[in-house]
Design a binder for this molecule. Structure first.
Ligand code: UGA
Length: 490
């Protein structure tokens, strides 16, 4: 697939108060993706999968080289397969020539990073650079779609920036916000089976273009590569058309709500732990209330990753600037930060002094199904344990290579059994399924003290106690062994 300059794929005619599409329609759209991170790659590959022609670019040339060699710079379930297939069919290409990529698309999706600044604000410098690139390299009018998570009113600023940077070139741009709700680990499936698609637009023409882009998903007119034709039953997604400001706000509002929900579960866990109830029983009953729902009520080491922590921070900053009381969000953030404190305190309580104690960590990724360790609870936990001069050995099925540069001095083990060798405690940090089904009797045999601190409530405390482990979960009555005995005698 070449990256030659193309005319816009639609013809528009004024019709009453609005526009109608004339000469409609090419069977697919040409889409450019700026940014080959997790959002850009999943979006690009999935848009190709549903029939569009896509060219992705990134200012990190090494990523493009990797992609053109047929490898992926991130681990994401099912992504390798759809990237490979769509490259083969010619619907998906990667180029380091950012100008070519910009000129290729009828629509350009901005998927660049918006990391937090030291004060919690989102760093929008990559969005500004993208605007300059698009303005300077485009030869015709284009739709520019904000996919990166940005604070409200960024769309207005983007539109202004595009107009300023293109002022001598005669090109014009329409701008839309199309937030993504993909979860790492299930991103491909989430993209193909969304709960909803939100498009924030300022005019009918932009709305029609985005409707066209997402038509195969709304009509469920796709062959799903994830479920091999037997997708779980789900209603087709609703496509919601909003203002650009609302679309931007929806993204922050959703992620912050999820963060508040997790912190609420952690607060309940703390009360359970100090007063003798079982958080598993409590949240199960809560989740059965259809107004509450069971998801995002798992207590543990708290929320990490590159989305929830930074989005809550950015939302707090936005609210403060708007003069709104954001203490609810601050409390959620504070509860989350305290998760590691209380987990380390638990380790100290069980082991007394941590210095020179050999501690094994199972799991490093911020959640299962990904190799992402950005803002992962494991990183803060390792830092704290190193401060106390504990000896640390770790294993993760996917994230070892990603965390090595941060902690070159700790011991990386080939499997969980090696992590257990002579350890005085094993900490469960990420709830990978494989950890559930380990040969726990063998693990117990390898440890110098059979103590398990389960930061994700992955294991069954009663079963572990039966095997002779000292087991402590999160939000469980203090003496889980006793609890196990009483459960047995019931
Ligand atoms: C999150 C949102 O769920 C997506 O909808 C959104 O699109 C994405 O951010 C984004 O902004 O790009 P993600 O960061 O992939 O997705 O991870 P989540 O599944 O939301 O988990 C976030 C963190 O919360 C993880 O560390 C997880 O372990 C933790 N968590 C989650 C809990 O501690 N308890 C729970 O009950 C659920």
């Amino acid at each position: 697939m070449g990256c030659k300059d193309v005319r816009f794929g639609y013809d528009w005619e004024e019709h009453g108060a609005g526009f109608i599409l004339v000469g409609y329609r090419r069977s697919h759209l040409r889409i450019s993706i700026l940014g080959c991170g997790y959002v850009g790659l999943v979006t690009g590959a999935c848009l190709a999968e549903i029939g569009h022609e896509v060219v992705c670019t990134d200012n990190d040339e090494s990523k493009i080289v990797t992609l053109n060699q047929g490898a992926l710079p991130i681990y994401e379930l099912d992504l390798d397969e759809i990237v490979a297939r769509n490259r083969r069919t010619g619907r998906l290409a990667f180029t380091a020539n950012m100008g070519d990529a910009v000129r290729f698309g009828d629509a350009i999706f901005i998927c660049v990073g918006t990391p937090p600044l030291h004060d919690g604000d989102a760093d929008l410098s990559s969005i500004d650079s993208a605007a300059r690139l698009i303005a300077e390299e485009s030869r015709n009018s284009k739709l520019v779609v904000e996919k990166s998570t940005v604070p409200m009113q960024t769309g207005q600023k983007l539109k202004r920036a595009l107009a300023i940077y293109a002022r001598n070139l005669g090109t014009t741009f329409s701008v839309a916000s199309n937030p993504e709700f993909l979860r790492e680990g299930t991103a491909v499936s989430d993209f193909l089976h969304p709960d909803r698609i939100v498009i924030g637009v300022g005019d009918e023409r932009t709305e029609a273009q985005l409707r066209e882009i997402y038509r195969p998903l709304v009509e469920q007119n796709i062959t799903c590569p994830v479920h091999n034709g037997s997708c779980p039953p789900k209603a087709p997604p609703r496509l919601l058309v909003t203002s650009i400001n609302s679309a931007e706000l929806i993204k922050h509002a959703c992620n912050s709500f999820l963060a508040v929900k997790i912190s609420y579960a952690n607060l309940i866990a703390d009360i359970c732990e100090s007063m003798g109830a079982d958080v598993g029983e409590v949240v199960e009953a809560m989740g059965l209330d259809s107004r509450i729902g069971p998801q995002f009520l798992s207590p543990g080491l708290g929320f990490g990753g590159f989305c929830l922590p930074k989005d809550v921070q950015a939302f707090i900053r936005l609210g403060e600037k708007a003069g709104v009381d954001v203490s609810l969000l601050k409390a959620a953030e504070c509860i989350n930060k305290l998760r590691i404190d209380s987990f380390v305190a638990k380790a100290r309580h069980a082991l007394w002094v941590l210095k020179d104690k050999r501690i094994g960590l199972l799991g490093l990724a911020f959640k299962p199904g990904t190799d992402d360790v950005r803002f992962a609870p494991a990183t803060e936990l390792i830092r704290r344990l190193l401060q106390e001069h504990a000896e640390i050995q770790v294993h993760d099925p996917q994230a070892m290579e990603k965390i090595k540069p941060l902690f070159p001095s700790i011991r990386y083990c080939a499997d969980p059994h090696e992590v257990a060798e002579n350890a005085e405690a094993l900490m469960i940090v990420t709830e990978w399924d494989v950890f559930k089904n380990l040969d726990w009797r063998r693990i117990k045999h390898a440890m110098s003290r059979p103590l398990i601190l389960d930061g994700r409530n992955l294991l069954n405390g009663n079963e572990m106690a039966d095997m002779g482990f000292e087991y402590q979960g999160v939000g469980k009555p203090a003496d889980e062994a006793l609890h196990a005995q009483s459960a047995k005698s019931r």
